[in-house]
Design a protein around this ligand. Structure first.
Ligand code: CA
Ligand code: CA
Length: 79
């Protein structure tokens, strides 16, 4: 299965998972985990991978991943 998604698909995926708890425009670590496990299961290898990915994406360190920060993930899997 390809991990390639269009920008529209990525936006709808982000919104779907970001809305699960707390701020609907921010992905918590739990929401990111659900998103990756459901949509991109081939990306997570090893239990520390999610922590590392979350830290990498949360550029401003506020403990949540905004859609802007999420773009880096999109670029990463589009390569
Ligand atoms: Ca949220
Ligand atoms: Ca952030």
């Amino acid at each position: 299965m390809s991990t390639k998604k269009s920008p529209e698909e990525m936006k709808s995926i982000f919104q779907k998972y970001a809305a699960k708890e707390g701020d609907p425009n921010q992905l918590s670590k739990e929401e990111l985990k659900l998103l990756i496990q459901s949509e991109f299961p081939s990306i997570l290898k090893g239990s520390s991978a999610l922590d590392n990915l979350f830290e990498e994406l949360d550029k401003n360190g506020d403990g949540e991943v905004s859609f802007e920060e999420f773009q880096a993930f999109f670029k990463k899997i589009s390569q």
